[in-house]
Design a protein around this ligand. Structure first.
Ligand code: GLU
Length: 291
């Protein structure tokens, strides 16, 4: 298989190590514009051809979601489960950290960025759904969570969205949770921003009563400010399966990533433990589907 050949070349262990460290592994003499893994070919993938031509991979990410996709302005470090999954994919394609360009892209702009070819792929709490699949394809899933609620400490421990009728709930434009509320809970007032961090600021200021999005995202915000914020204890309100967004029709790249996820050994668990091991989230790697 094509994928097996690739990993025989670069080695699973080094791919995992690279993904986890996020560090460049190439020697200083290596050209910036040459992928590190010799012999990597992905015949028939227009996206991979583009990556090779420009000598780097352009990845769409989130950067305001602690533990998942985060950029620390002080240390200039990028971290999170999604970011490490993105690095793992890049490494499997022969690109090391210095050959990655990260582009922060908000929820509402993801499909368009992929359709336009602004990014090679997107890894950032991106739920697989049919509407999005009309425009793009997904590899994965690589993670499963569900819609939850974040409130200020001392506020009611809401167990369902029904209990928020008449209240103001904030979420990101173009996200599945905001769509869920607008379509199914017309009695809930909504506030939208491009970024969830803006919703969290509004929650702290008392401008909104709750923030809703995937529980895994909310846990990251609550952990940053546990004296002020809490994730409610109710059941997950939806099921959200995260996929890696890529250009529609690039079945070769999609197949490659799916095989990487399926045959990746302990790498997924290492990435999970590193980023979410202390979060209280317990979830196994989901089975990859042939989307
Ligand atoms: N997973 C949901 C979505 O893809 C919410 C999180 C996000 O906006 O990235 O819409």
């Amino acid at each position: 298989m094509r994928f097996k050949r690739i990993f025989a070349t670069i080695g699973l262990v080094s791919a995992a190590a690279l993904a986890l460290s996020g560090c460049a592994s190439g020697s200083p003499s290596e050209s910036e514009s040459t992928p590190v893994a010799e012999g990597v070919t992905l015949e028939g993938s227009p996206t991979f051809d583009k990556m090779q031509e420009r000598g780097k991979v352009v990845i769409g990410v989130k950067e305001d979601q602690p533990n998942l996709g985060y950029f620390d302005n002080v240390t200039q470090e990028r971290s999170g489960f999604d970011v490490d999954i993105a690095r793992w994919v890049a490494s499997s394609l022969g690109f090391d950290e210095k050959q990655i360009e990260y582009k922060p892209i908000a929820s509402a702009n993801r499909e368009q960025a992929i359709v336009n070819g602004d990014i090679d792929y997107y890894v950032g709490t991106y739920s697989i759904n049919d509407k999005r699949k009309e425009l793009i394809d997904f590899a994965g899933p690589y993670f499963v969570t569900g819609q939850g609620l974040l409130v200020k400490q001392g506020e009611p421990d809401y167990q369902s969205l029904e209990e928020l009728e008449g209240k103001k709930v904030c979420s990101a434009t173009g996200s599945t949770p905001i769509q869920n509320i607008k379509e199914n809970f017309p009695g809930i007032k909504t506030e939208e921003f491009d970024l969830y961090s803006a919703c969290v600021d509004n929650l702290k200021n008392g401008q909104v009563d709750a923030v809703t999005t995937d529980q895994a995202i909310l846990i990251g915000y609550a952990a940053q400010d546990p004296d002020k914020l809490m994730v409610t204890t109710g059941p997950l309100l939806t099921t959200e399966e995260y996929g890696i967004g890529l250009a529609k029709g690039d079945d070769v790249l999609r197949g490659h990533i799916n095989e990487m996820l399926t045959d990746g050994g302990d790498t997924w668990t290492e990435i999970f433990d590193k980023n979410l091991g202390d979060s209280g989230i317990t979830v196994d790697q989901p089975k990859v589907n042939a989307y």
